[in-house]
Structure formats: structure tokens, C-alpha cells
Design a protein around this ligand. Structure first.
Ligand SMILES: C[S@@+](CC[C@H](N)C(=O)[O-])C[C@H]1O[C@@H](n2cnc3c(N)ncnc32)[C@H](O)[C@@H]1O
Length: 263
């Protein structure tokens, strides 16, 4: 079995029977590293603050996209649907369609479904919607799992109407200059669960898919130190691999990005 086959099986298990959202490193049903800018991390961190950090990442993306009442939104990699449920209630877009590769995640998310808020099984590379269907398309902490970023950006462009807004928010390598370096440090890259896509690669794919006004904002300073503080709270020792997210960021091998564009 090659790395990709292994990785596909590992991802299916972690979001299927293993239910990653139930691990203490995440909380509140979310599965992201969080945006900690407004959360004090000089002392201990509480579970409530960990949940707030993950909600804050959703808020950041929804604000950047300017989601409003008139918008029809597709979220690619919607997980257990808690971010979608929050945004739908808080911002009140006309429609919010979550899509996730994992049937188990869609089943979990369906607990939040209401009129206008729906969840669908599907791949980022084969979105189950017609052309020009949405005003807004985005993905939060899912693109690191995607083997085919070109397919993802093409599909996002296809389902967006002309002038539609797009964002992808997750961790990427700042450059393609250090292939294999993240796999040497971080288990999820070594197994292929995460892919070391670089920012220039993502920007090139967005451009090729027809996106314009591409904006790349690095937000790692508000992600990695907070995540590391939470790992300390959980008692993860210095030598264990998850503590190397922060050092990998400080060594310039990885950053967390909010990349937005217009179709
Ligand atoms: C880290 S979780 C993030 C979930 C959610 N955005 C959150 O912040 O809580 C990543 C999600 O993306 C989904 N996913 C991974 N690869 C995907 C793909 N190619 N197409 C659609 N969904 C995918 C996974 O099943 C998982 O539910």
C-alpha cells in the first residue's frame, strides 16, 4: 500500500469510528487548532477558552468573507457541524450547506440541520452541487488533508457565482523550499494524514482556477502559541511530537493562513 492509500484509510478512521472531535486536544465538537488572539495564554487555559479559540477561527473566516443575510454559503470540510450551526444562528445567511467526505461526520452534523442549514456527503474535488450555486465558499482546517488542491480550487470556482467570495484557512508550508521537513518532525505529515502543500502552490492553483484578488494572511502567531499552551494544560510533555507544531512554526517550516479570493 502506498502512503496515499494508508493516509486515506487513516483519515477515514480518525473522522469515522475514532471521532477526532472527542479527543481532549479539541473540545466542543470543533476540530481545529483555534485562533487565540483575544484569549490570555500566559496562565492556564480552560476548556471554555479552548472552545472559544475554535469558535474564534470560524468568526475570523466568516468576518473576512463578509457573510451576510443574503448569502448562500458552502463550507467544505464542515466536520461535526458545530461551526456551521454557530454561524447560521449568529450571522443568519440565507443558506449554509456543509460538505464533508466522512459519512460519520455528516451524520453527526445532521443533528444541527434546520431549514436553510444542511449537510451533505461529498469530496472537495467533486462537490455535489451545480455550477454558480453559491455566493460564498470556504474551508476551515480541512485543506491540509486534501491530496488534490487543484481539484479543490477548481470545484470551489465551479460552484461559486461570478464575483463569489472564497477562503481557505489552515496550515501550509510558507514555501516549497523544505520538502520532507515537516514529515521529519510531525507525525501527521509522516503518515500522510496532512500534506505539506505550500502557499505558492495554493496561490498558483487559485490563479489557475480563475480566482482574483488573492490575499494571503499569516495568522500563526495567534494559533501555535495558544495551541501549545493547551497541550501543556493537557500534560503533553515537551518531547512528544504535538509540541513540535510550535517549534516548526518558529523555525519557519509551517504557518497558519487565511487565504481569500474572489471568483
Ligand atoms: C480538522 S476537521 C475540521 C472540521 C471543522 N472545519 C472544524 O473546524 O471543526 C477536517 C474535516 O474535513 C473533512 N475532509 C477532509 N478531507 C476532505 C475532502 N477531501 N473533502 C471534504 N471533506 C474533507 C474531514 O472529514 C473532517 O471532518
Amino acid at each position: 500500500m502506498n502512503v496515499t492509500d494508508d493516509a486515506v484509510a487513516l483519515r477515514a478512521k480518525m473522522y469515522g469510528t475514532d471521532d477526532l472531535s472527542s479527543l481532549p486536544v479539541f473540545a466542543g465538537g470543533f476540530i481545529n487548532f483555534g485562533y487565540w488572539r483575544d484569549i490570555p495564554i500566559d496562565g492556564d487555559v480552560t476548556v471554555e477558552q479552548r472552545v472559544d479559540s475554535q469558535l474564534a477561527l470560524y468568526r475570523l473566516v466568516v468576518d473576512r468573507l463578509g457573510v451576510g443575510a443574503a448569502d448562500s454559503v458552502v463550507e467544505i470540510g464542515s466536520g461535526t457541524g458545530v461551526g456551521a450551526a454557530w454561524a447560521f444562528a449568529e450571522v443568519g445567511p440565507r443558506e449554509w450547506c456543509g460538505v464533508d467526505l466522512s459519512p460519520d461526520q455528516v451524520r453527526r452534523a445532521n443533528a444541527h440541520a434546520t431549514g436553510g442549514l444542511s449537510f451533505h456527503q461529498g469530496a472537495a474535488t467533486a462537490l455535489p452541487f451545480p455550477d454558480n450555486r453559491f455566493d460564498v465558499a470556504f474551508s476551515l482546517e480541512a485543506a491540509q488533508h486534501m491530496d488534490d488542491i487543484a481539484g479543490f480550487t477548481q470545484q470551489a470556482a465551479r460552484v461559486l457565482r461570478p464575483g463569489g467570495r472564497f477562503a481557505v484557512c489552515t496550515f501550509f508550508a510558507p514555501t516549497g523550499d523544505h520538502p520532507g521537513a515537516l514529515a521529519e518532525r510531525l507525525d501527521t505529515f509522516a503518515t500522510g494524514i496532512d500534506r505539506d502543500h505550500s502557499v505558492p502552490e495554493v496561490v498558483d492553483h487559485l490563479t489557475a482556477a480563475g480566482f482574483a484578488d488573492i490575499d494571503v494572511t499569516a495568522i500563526g502567531e495567534h494559533v501555535w502559541p495558544g495551541l501549545d499552551r493547551w497541550l501543556v494544560h493537557l500534560g503533553v510533555p515537551d518531547g512528544e511530537w504535538p509540541r513540535r507544531w510550535l517549534s516548526s512554526y518558529r523555525d519557519g517550516l509551517i504557518d497558519y493562513y487565511l487565504i481569500s479570493a474572489v471568483r
